[in-house]
Design a protein around this ligand. Structure first.
Ligand code: 4AD
Length: 453
């Protein structure tokens, strides 16, 4: 009741307050400013002294509300995550005290814009809450400092990819994701009713990229890909960002060089542009060195056997032609201990479009890049140049070639040796940020059993 009687008013005789974002304020010592944001922390020191740490997405600001400003009804009821507007003078924090950016705002007026429920986000969940509850409340979790830092650095990582491609003179394209063709096999395609026809969600933009090289030369895209993955693992999503590029007139070694250049250059750019954030999120991260180790699939089979790994289905050693599943692949890359190109997979294990290796037609000019801790982050290959083996590829994979007429025609209209790759953006981020699970780097992850919020 006492608080209801306390009315505070904006003092019009004070110097005008410029409306600024928090990150600008360290350069505004002594200036009167107005700042909008959310109450990240609220701490009541005494009846007449209230501290709010304000968050506006650009930074955090300690605000001091004294005397009547701390005694109003709003001040008494203020909860974390309420949105507020504060007016006051920016000053350096007194010697011996600390606050974000080394500054604080001595308020002369403030207003609540929208209250949050009592107890704030902590009443819904804490860091210890079980994973599904955390994911159901991801819209609140992202307001936390750690998670918002992850989202911020993920944005810097995507900038790093785009600047790499810009610097190397690639053109970005924007392919459709509602498609009628598969790229990586029918097993994990999502299908849906597209008006009167059946269509799929794209697994990869590779085929479209291939049509763009005669128009644009080296090109790339960062587009969503979809995989109906039936198992929940630490590195599989149903929807992910796919960084893909396609390059005309290169050979297989040239392709490996390009992938190596991408991964090394992008990690260096991130290291340069996000030093502070990276230090907070993954202090152990160091840019990597070239050249990457290169191992042929055939030798990898020998290596997994030497490591004592056996096939899950019959306990027998791996043989040429066997797929190396995720678990033994991870064990192998942990053993190798550095980024490694695995090359020359048998054609039966790979997609219809892959170019057979001239010196060994059992295998293809194909590559996976494996990284300790995450496993495969890139898959790429040289593509079929001539029409006949491409048609044979459709047949081998039992694919109806009709909907692929536009892809097949590339071989009739001035074919060329070419290759490209796809990099799983979230797997890459998981690695850079040293996260255990791929869902930790997604805004709203999609995987088997989860399609919300
Ligand atoms: O090896 P993949 O299937 O290759 C392709 O799609 C090629 N058409 C790409 C190309 O040459 N343009 O997928 C490429 C990468 C994988 O190495 C992995 O990093 C990522 O995409 N990826 C996934 N990431 C998260 N969740 C999934 N379910 C993924 N499936 C593939």
């Amino acid at each position: 009741a006492e608080a209801e009687k306390i009315i505070i008013q904006l003092d019009k005789t004070l110097p005008p307050a410029e409306c600024l974002k928090i990150h600008k304020l360290p350069n505004c010592i002594g200036q009167r400013v107005k700042v909008f944001g959310w109450a990240h922390h609220v701490r009541r020191q005494s009846k007449t002294l209230l501290f709010i740490v304000l968050r506006d997405g650009s930074g955090y600001l300690q605000c001091i509300l004294a005397e009547d400003l701390a005694r109003t009804k709003d001040a008494i009821l203020l909860t974390t995550e309420s949105s507020v507007c504060v007016y006051g003078k920016v000053q350096q924090v007194p010697a011996g005290k600390s606050a974000p950016g080394g500054i604080e705002l001595v308020c002369d007026y403030w207003e609540v814009i929208g209250f949050a429920p009592a107890g704030g986000v902590e009443s819904v969940l804490t860091a210890e809450s079980e994973v599904d509850l955390q994911l159901d409340n991801r819209h609140l979790v992202i307001r936390g400092q750690n998670t918002s830092n992850v989202l911020r650095i993920v944005s810097i990582i995507s900038d790093a990819f785009r600047s790499h491609y810009k610097d190397r003179a690639y053109t970005e394209i924007f392919p459709p994701t509602l498609v009628q063709t598969q790229v990586e096999g029918g097993g994990d395609l999502f299908s849906f009713a597209y008006y009167q026809e059946t269509a799929y969600l794209s697994q990869s933009s590779q085929l479209y990229l291939e049509t763009c090289i005669p128009a644009l030369g080296d090109c790339y895209c960062i587009t969503r890909s979809y995989r109906a993955e039936k198992s929940r693992t630490r590195r599989h999503l149903s929807e992910y960002n796919h960084v893909e590029a396609e390059c005309p007139f290169i050979d297989f070694d040239g392709l490996l060089d390009r992938i190596e250049d991408l991964v090394v250059d992008v990690t260096e750019r991130i290291y340069e542009n996000a030093k502070e954030l990276l230090k907070e999120i993954n202090p152990d991260f160091k840019p990597i060195k070239r050249p990457f180790k290169r191992i042929k699939y055939e030798d990898a089979i020998k290596l997994v056997n030497e490591l004592g790994l056996r096939k899950a289905k019959d306990g027998k050693p791996f043989e040429f032609g066997d797929d190396i599943p995720e678990a033994p692949e991870r064990r192998m890359i942990e053993h190798i201990g550095e980024p490694t190109f695995l090359t020359h997979f048998p054609k039966e294990l790979k997609a219809f479009y892959m170019y057979p290796t001239p010196q060994d037609p059992r295998v293809t000019d194909s590559v996976d890049l494996l990284i300790p801790g995450v496993g495969e982050i890139v898959g790429g290959s040289m593509r079929m140049t001539d029409i006949k083996p491409l048609l044979d590829g459709y047949k081998r994979e039992e694919i109806d070639s009709k909907p692929y007429y536009w892809y097949t025609q590339q071989r009739e209209y001035g074919t060329c040796p070419h290759g490209g790759y796809g990099l799983g953006f979230e797997r890459f981020c998981t690695w850079i940020l040293g996260k255990d699970h791929i869902r930790d780097v997604c805004l709203y992850p999609r995987f088997y059993g989860r399609c919300r919020p």
